[in-house]
Design a protein around this ligand. Sequence first.
Ligand SMILES: Cc1cc2nc3c(=O)[nH]c(=O)nc-3n(C[C@H](O)[C@H](O)[C@H](O)COP(=O)(O)O)c2cc1C
Length: 202
Amino acid sequence: MLNCKEAIEKRRSIRQFEDKAVAPEILEQIIEAARLAPSGTNRQPWRLVLLATPEERQRIAGSVMQPFVCEAPAVFVCCLDREAFVRVTVEKRMNELVEAEVITREAAQYIYQRKMPEKTEEVIIPDSGYLDLGITIQNMALMATALGLGSCWVRLFDQQGLHQALNLPANILPVVLLPVGYPAQDPPPRPRLKRDEIVLEI
Ligand SMILES: Cc1cc2nc3c(=O)[nH]c(=O)nc-3n(C[C@H](O)[C@H](O)[C@H](O)COP(=O)(O)O)c2cc1C
């Protein structure tokens, strides 16, 4: 297993996979990496659908623009759950943090006073929800690399079409696909900005 630095450096977007199944225990380790991610008010809004058979992957084939996605031996549909953002759920999580003395009652009050949706149907996912999901997906991608697998973040898909194809509940919003498998390519690193281009002087 690679360490954190090695996994960060070795990870690439992999778009070609070996025709070799990934053992369920390995996929479970990737799910566990997702589960452990941090999130705003610990609301954990991520939900995952694992497409582990060719039949399951075929269901989304009409909604993805890049064929390699469904050719991977496993595809995680990474979703947000609107229910995690309604007042009752946020307050429950917030109270847990207050009880654990992680945040003060005053800080919690500040959040409670915010305008918050009361019903799931009213939820417009806040930016911070996408941050939460991003962290969980990167945890998964790095764990996949550490275990010798490859993956690729994929946003290029028809969200509504895929929602229908998988018959997902209305509160579940598919945001990113993460195909995972043993890499059949070894791409060079993609170019990155230099250190001084990303660290701003003030
Ligand atoms: C939010 C996000 C969306 C992406 N969507 C796609 C996609 O739809 N299809 C694809 O082939 N790659 C996609 N990528 C992969 C990027 O193209 C890739 O990360 C970038 O070119 C850097 O290459 P690397 O991941 O190999 O370092 C996405 C990456 C991110 C983070």
